[in-house]
Each structure stands twice: as structure tokens, then as C-alpha cells.
Design a protein around this ligand. Structure first.
Ligand code: GLA
Length: 744
């Protein structure tokens, strides 16, 4: 049993293969947090709670004569507010009488077989469709409540025993007699009363997403957040807490990943007793939810894991749970198409003829799908108009979209199409007809970005319009794939369909509206594949991955920049989710010149495709591309399902990046390396491989070199030949890929 409750000691133990999580109900009904970490064999960890009489940390009324007992120093599972715990709190509310207090005590609990689900929000799936992976999942729902105001907080736990994952979510219910205003809604609160931690988080910007940053947690509150209406390029809803000496392969690390694509916030506080608390949930500066009697509101799910052996282990746990339980099961065994996208080939400037020429070349190369990007609808010839007018651009495509899509299919390719559903241009038929569908404060001019406004996705009529328009096009042109874009931060959160005292709900309702539309389209078109996108990787999160098996990782397609972006992304997300293309050189974003070989190696650590004008490539390039596509197909399962290892640490000032995929049975591996800084008289790149069969012998494909797994992992490998060839070469960023095959 992975969830056990001991009636006598009032102890909850949640166990996975290698981890344990403990909570205990104390004498006055406070749910204490006792432990999360490596297995302790069911030992009651309450001996670690050591409450002393501390000045200025007061006592609950029941403990008024026991001065050591304070909520301010007690590790708690989910805090109330304004009742004595003066650290960051899990919630903030206001009752109808103006009181901001909430005193949460244990009410009841329930242990269930299987995984709980959430209404209207994405969640980690218990049994993922036809995925032939045996699961052993249990759920625990603990209800805490404030009996005075009737507010219930239902803490949800999903325990994935074999995967070493525990999920958490929170449903707040008003079972009182009057409305309650919720001003802060969190999914997770967790206390670490002992230990010193580093916080790893992933910050960034457009064209430079998910840069890993590591900072020591000091006596302060660090907050990682987005209030952009999207999970954002700027701060990913994923953080790691780890020991100061944790590295890729050693040391303890905790991961917290929120399955949400809108405004989010993670706070980490180290208090005056050196205890660390993490609270993760919705960003609350624009948030205020009016909870009527009988209503509920849900805080999104958080995927937690603990790794004893470093960051690579933590990442691999996330890779498994995302591939197997977050992304729709059908993609597990389905090869995703190698695609050609016309964006960097033509931008807005294309004709049917040009797209079909690209399709001809794509077919010759062995590409599976052509994606027509922005510019096919309304009067869209630049980024100033027509968002919302999801009707074919008659001037550009006079024979219609279906005609073009049929033409692409006649060439043996699937057809995919770009949409940016949640946006509206002021210069559009849709805006002229429904100006109130655009989010804007009444009587104020809206904020512009890329010359576009944001649709009010909280409105059912907006969702219905988008569903109807998109469904008609998908049906008519038989669309296999959609690139679902989102090209600005949201500001001016305001819905003209909601009363004034519900405007604080708009940001979250916006996200619920988008999820509802995605859900409806996927139910209507079960075969439809959606790739997420938001000006590159501005909405790369586990929430979107519930609907989209892959997400465009960044608008920066420069392979050298991509090394860092993809490596940062890999801490939480598997390469099978990372949209990654070979583009032109010099690169359109950075001007950097790189070889086609290096571009191919980097793009292959993703979903793989091309995004350049295939009608302009040389014969030599064509041959190399054919080989790349063949190689990608050959290595497909090794890359998509293999165990992934970062062999160079992002903190090293290394002049190369190296990473590895190893098949589950260790029978093969793919080692990738790119030199990022060529210099004369170079030192020899050196790494130790990982995850191989120590007793096995491995052959480097295409050579007669053979090594033992032990030698490769303990002794390591050197890449002398790669740097020896740099001098006199015009490849400034040489890369190589080595396929190792176990031969004994
Ligand atoms: C965003 C996407 C690009 C492209 C453009 C089209 O920036 O990330 O890949 O689709 O929009 O406008």
C-alpha cells in the first residue's frame, strides 16, 4: 500500500519506491508536515519537530500555557492565515464580515484506489489510455476546514509508487453561510525545518528561454512568478530545491512542477529559525475569487519528486511521468512526423505555388509533414492585422486552403496549420463585429503588443466562435496538426461579461477557457495533433503538455543558443516534447554561421524538423539532410524514450556541451557533442558516460573501436579527433554524434 494512515498515531505515510512523505494530525487538529525525502521505512519522523519557546512566536489559544507550541515554528502541510503563522501562507481570504483569518484543522480524509482527476484543469493521468505501462497509483484526499466560516480545503495527493512521484492539488470549497473572497490560491505548501538549500529555477526571455539559475536560499523570500497571463518565457513554473553540493549526478534534490499555463508563483522563504518553506500556486497580485456558498475553486496540480542521486536522476523522473502520464498516451507509441515549416523560409510572403515547391523538395528528402505557418487567413500579410478572422486569405491562396492541403497530401505529406486562437487584431472583421470580445479596461485604451489584443477566453461565446471556426477548417482541409501560437503577454485583464467584483477572476478564467477549447477540439478531432507555441517557448509547461505532445521550444533556432535553451528545458521536460528544427545559416536570429551537421545534431534532440527554404538548398545539403532524416528515424526510440543524461554541467565553464541517450535495456546509446568555443591548441574534451552496462562491450558504430561499459563510465571518453580537425576547417561549432552498440 502506498498510502497508509495509522489511526492511533494519526500518521499518514505516502510511499513510493525510493521516497516517503509523512504528515500527522496533532492534538488540536493541525496537520503537521513531518517529512519528505528518501525512504525512512515508516519511522514516525515527528521526533524531528523540536519546538522551543521562542520570543515573538505566539501560541494558539489551546496552547496558551505551553509556550513552545507555536504555529509560527511548526512545520505544516497547508497553512491558514492571520492565526499565528507569520511566514508565507498558503492562502489569503476575506470573509463577508471583513475578517482575513482562516484557522484550518483536520476534518476527514479518504484513501482511494487510482488517481484523482481535476475538473477543468489538466492533471497527471493515472492510467494513460493504452499505454502498456503498469501503474500503481493511489490517491489521498485530506479535508481541512475552518469550522467557523465553513471553508474547506481539500488537499489532494496522488502517489505514483513506481515512478517516485507524488502529485498535489487543492480544492477549496465554501460550505459556510456567506461568500468568501479568496485572494491567494496555492496548490502546495511544504516545510523543510532542517537543512540548507539552493533554489534552481529557469528564467529567460523571448529567444532565450529556460536559462538555469541557481541561488542559495537565504533569510529572505524569493519569488519566481509570471503575471503575463501565460507561464511565460521569463519564469517557468518549475523549480528545484537541492543541497548546496548537489550536482548532476550526486546529492539530494526536490522538484516542484506546476501543471499550469497561466499566472503562477512560487515563493521560497527561509525563516528566522533557518527553516525553509515553499509555497506554489496561482500568482495573486491580480487575483481575487468570489466563492459563493456551495462553490469550489481548484488550485492546479503540482508534480513533486525527490532524487537522492542528483539532478540527472530528478530530470529522468520528470521525463518518464510527462511522457507516460501527462502527454496523451497515443503519442507514446506513435512516431511523430518529421516536419517542414515554412515560417523562416517565406515568413508572410508565400503563394500556393511556393508552398507546393517546398512540399516537392520535402517529399524528396523523406519529410512527413508540411506546416503552413502564419499568414494564410484574413488579410494577413504582416503581423498588424486579421487575427480572429480564421477564413482563408483569398488573395494569397485564391484556390483555397483545401486545395493547397490536398496538393500537399498528393505529394505524400501530411498537412499542418498555424493558428493563434486566443488573439484578435483591431484591424479584423471579428473586432469590428465584437469589440467587446477583446480584453480591455472599460474607458481605457488597451495595451498593444505585436499590434494585437487578447481575446476574452473566459467568455463562452468567444470559445464557441473559435471552436466553430477552427472545427470547420480542420474538417474541410483535413488538418492533421495545429501549431497553436500565443504571441504576447496579457495585460488589461478585464472581462466585459463579468461583474465588477469578479474581475480578479479573469486571469484564471482565461486559462480555464483556453483549456476548455483545447479539450473540446481534441474530443471532436481525436486524431488531431497540436503543437504548443507562444512566441517560441513562452508557454512551455506541463499544463499545455496535457493537450499538446510537443511545444515549440524557442524562436531562436541557432543551434549554439539552442544548446543552452534545450539543456535548461531538459531539467523538467523530456526531449520528446521539445519542438526543434534545422534552420538556415547564417541564423536568422543571431547571424551565426554553423554547419548543417551541427544544426542536425542539436535539432535531433527534440521532435526534429526543418524550417528553411528547401527550394534553395545545394545538392550536398540535400544529401546530408536525407541522411539526417534517416538517422533520426533510426534513433527515434532511443532519443524519444531513452534515458537522458546531461554530461556537461551548465555551471562548468566548458567549451563544449555533451549529452547522451541510453536505451532502457542499455543495449545502445547515442552520445552527442558540440564544441561551442573553438580555440587554437585546445584541451581535449573529456566526459564520463553514464547508464551503460558496466560489464558489456560497446562498439562505436562505423568504426572498429570497442570499449567496456566500465571504461566508458569510470575512465571516460575523450574527443581528441573532433578538436584536432578544427584547425583549417570552416566549421566553427563542430559537432559529432556517436552511436554505441552493445556487442557482448
Ligand atoms: C511566433 C512563433 C513563430 C512563428 C510566428 C508567426 O513567433 O513562435 O514560430 O509561428 O509566431 O507569426
Amino acid at each position: 500500500m502506498s498510502i497508509v494512515y495509522n489511526e492511533e498515531s494519526k500518521l499518514f505515510i505516502l510511499s513510493t519506491k525510493h521516497t516517503e512523505y509523512q504528515m500527522k494530525i496533532d492534538e488540536i487538529g493541525i496537520l503537521q508536515h513531518l517529512y519528505y525525502g528518501a525512504t525512512v521505512g515508516g519511522m514516525d519522523m515527528s521526533y524531528q519537530i523540536c519546538q522551543l519557546d521562542r520570543g515573538f512566536s505566539g501560541n494558539p489559544y489551546e496552547y496558551r500555557s505551553e509556550r513552545g507550541k507555536s504555529l509560527d515554528t511548526l512545520p505544516q502541510e497547508f497553512t491558514g492565515a492571520n492565526v499565528g503563522d507569520l511566514r508565507i501562507s498558503s492562502l489569503s481570504i476575506k470573509s463577508a464580515n471583513g475578517s482575513r483569518s482562516c484557522d484550518l484543522r483536520y476534518k476527514c480524509h479518504e484513501i482511494r484506489k487510482g488517481k484523482y482527476t481535476l475538473k477543468d484543469l489538466p492533471y497527471v493521468r493515472g492510467h494513460n489510455g493504452d499505454l502498456a505501462i503498469e501503474e500503481d497509483v493511489q490517491s489521498l484526499i485530506i479535508t481541512l476546514w475552518d469550522s467557523l466560516i465553513g471553508l474547506e480545503v481539500k488537499l489532494h495527493y496522488g502517489v505514483f509508487e513506481k515512478k517516485d512521484v507524488i502529485t498535489r492539488a487543492m480544492v477549496m470549497v465554501n460550505n459556510g453561510k456567506d461568500w468568501i473572497r479568496v485572494n491567494k490560491l496555492s496548490s502546495v505548501c511544504i516545510d523543510f525545518p532542517h537543512g540548507r538549500y539552493d533554489l534552481i529555477h529557469f528564467y529567460g526571455r523571448h529567444c532565450m528561454e529556460r536559462q538555469m539559475e541557481r541561488v542559495p536560499v537565504k533569510h529572505d523570500i524569493i519569488s519566481i512568478q509570471s503575471k503575463r497571463g501565460m507561464s511565460s518565457h521569463h519564469h517557468n513554473p518549475f523549480v528545484i530545491l537541492c543541497d548546496a553540493d548537489t550536482n548532476q549526478n550526486q546529492g539530494c534534490a526536490y522538484g516542484f512542477m506546476m501543471m499550469y499555463s497561466g499566472n503562477h508563483k512560487t515563493e521560497v522563504e527561509k525563516d528566522y529559525l533557518d527553516s525553509t518553506r515553499l509555497v506554489m500556486g496561482l500568482q495573486n497580485s491580480n487575483f481575487a475569487w468570489r466563492l459563493e456558498v456551495g462553490e469550489s475553486v481548484t488550485a492546479p496540480e503540482v508534480i513533486m519528486t525527490y532524487a537522492k542521486n542528483g539532478l540527472n536522476q530528478l530530470s529522468r523522473t520528470y521525463h518518464h511521468i510527462i511522457r507516460e502520464n501527462v502527454v496523451d498516451a497515443k503519442y507514446y507509441n506513435l512516431r511523430r512526423p518529421v516536419l517542414i515549416n515554412n515560417w523562416e523560409a517565406t515568413y508572410f510572403n508565400f503563394t500556393e505555388e511556393k508552398i507546393l515547391e517546398i512540399a516537392d523538395s520535402a517529399k524528396e528528402l523523406g519529410i512527413d509533414m508540411l506546416v503552413l505557418d502564419d499568414g494564410w487567413f484574413g488579410k494577413r500579410n504582416d503581423d498588424n492585422t486579421s487575427l480572429g478572422d480564421w477564413f482563408v486569405n483569398q488573395e494569397k491562396l485564391p484556390s483555397g486552403l483545401k486545395h493547397l492541403a490536398d496538393g500537399v497530401r498528393e505529394r505524400g505529406l501530411k498537412f499542418g496549420l498555424w493558428f493563434e486562437p486566443e488573439m484578435i487584431s483591431e484591424d479584423s472583421e471579428l473586432f469590428r463585429e465584437h469589440p467587446d470580445w477583446a480584453m480591455a479596461d472599460p474607458e481605457r485604451k488597451p495595451m498593444y503588443s505585436r499590434n494585437q489584443l487578447v481575446l476574452d477566453m473566459s467568455r463562452k461565446d468567444v470559445q464557441d466562435y473559435l471552436f466553430d471556426r477552427m472545427a470547420e477548417i480542420i474538417r474541410d482541409a483535413n488538418i492533421y496538426y495545429i501549431k497553436w501560437d500565443f504571441n504576447r503577454s496579457v495585460s488589461n485583464f478585464y472581462s466585459k461579461a463579468l461583474p465588477s467584483d469578479r474581475q480578479g477572476e479573469v486571469a484564471h478564467r482565461f486559462m480555464l477557457g483556453t483549456y476548455a477549447l483545447l479539450d473540446r477540439l481534441l474530443k471532436e478531432f481525436p486524431e488531431l495533433m497540436i503543437e504548443g507555441c507562444a512566441g517560441g517557448g513562452g508557454r512551455f509547461d506541463a499544463g499545455m503538455l496535457f493537450y499538446c505532445p510537443q511545444i515549440w521550444t524557442s524562436d531562436d533556432t541557432d543551434p549554439v543558443a539552442r544548446l543552452q535553451i534545450q539543456s535548461g528545458t531538459s531539467y523538467g521536460y523530456p526531449v520528446s516534447t521539445m519542438g526543434s528544427h534545422v534552420s538556415a545559416s547564417p541564423n536568422h536570429q543571431t547571424g551565426r554561421r554553423t554547419s548543417l551537421n551541427t544544426r542536425g545534431i542539436v535539432a535531433m534532440s527534440g521532435t526534429f524538423g526543418y524550417e528553411l527554404d528547401l527550394t534553395k538548398i545545394t545538392k550536398k545539403e540535400k544529401e546530408l539532410m536525407k541522411k539526417q532524416i534517416k538517422d533520426f528515424r533510426r534513433f527515434y526510440w532511443l532519443i524519444q524514450h531513452g534515458e537522458y543524461y546531461r554530461l556537461t554541467d551548465d555551471r562548468d565553464e566548458s567549451y563544449f556541451t555533451c549529452w547522451e541517450f541510453v536505451s532502457a535495456d542499455k543495449s545502445e546509446a547515442l552520445v552527442n557533442i558540440v564544441i561551442t568555443d573553438v580555440h587554437a591548441n585546445p584541451e581535449i574534451p573529456f566526459v564520463r558516460l553514464q547508464g551503460l552496462d558496466a560489464d558489456g562491450w560497446y562498439l562505436v558504430e562505423g568504426t572498429d573501436k570497442k570499449y567496456t561499459g566500465q571504461a566508458l563510465m569510470n575512465g571516460g571518453v575523450v574527443f581528441g579527433e573532433l578538436v584536432a580537425n578544427c584547425g583549417g576547417s570552416d566549421d566553427n561549432y563542430p559537432g559529432a554524434q556517436y552511436h554505441l552498440i552493445r556487442i557482448g
